[in-house]
Each structure stands twice: as C-alpha cells, then as structure tokens.
Design a binder for this molecule. Structure first.
Ligand code: AMP
Length: 219
C-alpha cells in the first residue's frame, strides 16, 4: 500500500486538486470530510458522532476518524494507492497513521502542502458548490458548472456545505492554525514535505503534483 497526503488550510484546494489527480493516476481519493458527510447523510452511528463537531467547524475526535480510516484501509486491496485529503489533521492522527503504515509495511510517498493566503481560502469556500450525487466540486465564478446548480459530470443537484458559512469558515481556519498546521513541520522533519503554491488556478496545482508523482516513478 502507498499513500500521498494533501495538507493545507480549508479552501486551499485539496479536494479540487485531488479530483484532477485521481483522473490521471491509480490513486484512490480518501477524503475524510467526504466520508463523514456521507455517514451523516446515511444517518449512521459514525455520522451521529461527527455531526455536531462538523457543523461547528471543530475537528471530529481522533478515535472516531482513525476507526473510520482503519476500516477503509482494511477493506481495500493491499496494493492500493491512497490520496489522503483532509487526513491526517492532528499530530496524534499522523502518529497513529505512521503506526499503521509501519505495521503493514506501507509507504508514505509524499506530503504536499497546498499554500494559499487566507483571503483566497475564504473566497473559494464562500463560492464552493458540491454535487449531491457524485461529490464533484465547483465554484460559482472560478469553476462554474455549464448549467447553474447542475453537475457537469452526472447532472446531480449542486449544494452548499452547511459549514461553508462565514462564521464556521473563520473557526475552521483557526482550527487549522491551532491543530493541523504543525503537521507541516512534522512531515518536513521526516523529509517528506513538498510545498505547492496553491494561490493560482487548480490546473497548475494538479500539474505540479502530477509532475512529482511521475518523476519519482521514472515515467
Ligand atoms: P473537509 O471536508 O476536509 O473540509 O472536512 C470537513 C469537516 O469534517 C472538518 O471541519 C472536520 O469537522 C471534519 N473532519 C474531516 N477530516 C477530519 C479529520 N481527519 N479529523 C478530524 N475531523 C475531520
């Protein structure tokens, strides 16, 4: 098993970049935020535990997230390649992930940190729209769908996440600064970190990351 991690503040463009990258590689998108939203929509026990934290913009407890991720890894093929988006989010999650990877001899290939100024994050989040059916991500002005409110890929209805309102976004950025930003140092010290300028268009970000992934494979 192999993994690549996308780090970055809310609105840095992790989800959008991940969508582009999975189209050109055999990586599987592992977005803990998406999994949690699916659990809430399905009304499961996991969703029930996560809901209040998410609507406040706080992190879901580490044990809940780790249980969910461990289950995913165990259920997937042993040669799977995962593109982790929004996970890990705390040093504790990163340590536990290291433990899992050591145990199963999996390799963490890269940790990309997508860097964008806070005002860019806020602008991206406030215009973000998501497909109810396939999860594709749009932006009202930057990545508009061909027909307003309708997904280009599957025709599904687009919606705005409940935690994409101004107050919650401010808290999510603060939570990132307080609980997640230290992971940049954590992975830098391990020699795994690559910084990506994510202030521009998402296609440039995807291209840069794809360049790193294919260069290492020698293709
Ligand atoms: P995202 O879709 O990555 O923006 O995540 C949305 C929300 O889900 C976050 O604000 C957290 O409440 C929760 N969440 C997603 N991933 C994690 C994680 N790895 N650890 C804790 N909470 C998470």
């Amino acid at each position: 098993m192999e993994a690549v991690i996308l780090l970055g503040a809310p609105g840095a463009g992790k989800g959008t970049a991940a969508e582009g990258i999975i189209q050109h590689t055999d990586y599987v998108h592992l977005a803990t935020g998406n999994l949690l939203r699916e659990a809430i929509a399905a009304g499961t026990e996991l969703g029930r535990k996560a809901k209040a934290f998410m609507s406040e913009g706080e992190l879901v407890p580490d044990d809940v997230v780790m249980g969910m991720v461990t289950e995913r890894f165990a259920g997937g093929p042993s040669d799977a390649h995962y593109l982790c988006d929004g996970f890990p989010r705390t040093v504790e999650q990163a340590r536990l992930l290291d433990g899992i990877f050591n145990k199963i001899n999996a390799r963490l290939r890269f940790v990309f940190v997508l860097e964008a100024p806070p005002e860019v994050s806020v602008m991206r989040i406030s215009g973000r729209r998501i497909c109810k059916d396939c999860g594709a991500v749009y932006h009202v002005t930057n990545i508009p769908p061909r027909v307003e409110g309708v997904c280009d890929s599957c025709g599904g209805e687009l919606y705005q996440r409940v935690d994409d309102n101004e107050e919650t976004v401010r808290n999510r950025l603060e939570v990132y600064r307080r609980q997640t930003a230290s992971l940049v140092d954590y992975y830098d010290k391990k020699g795994l970190l690559t910084r990506i300028d994510a202030s521009g268009h998402h296609e440039g970000v995807e291209k840069e990351i794809l360049g790193y992934l294919s260069a290492e494979q020698g293709t």
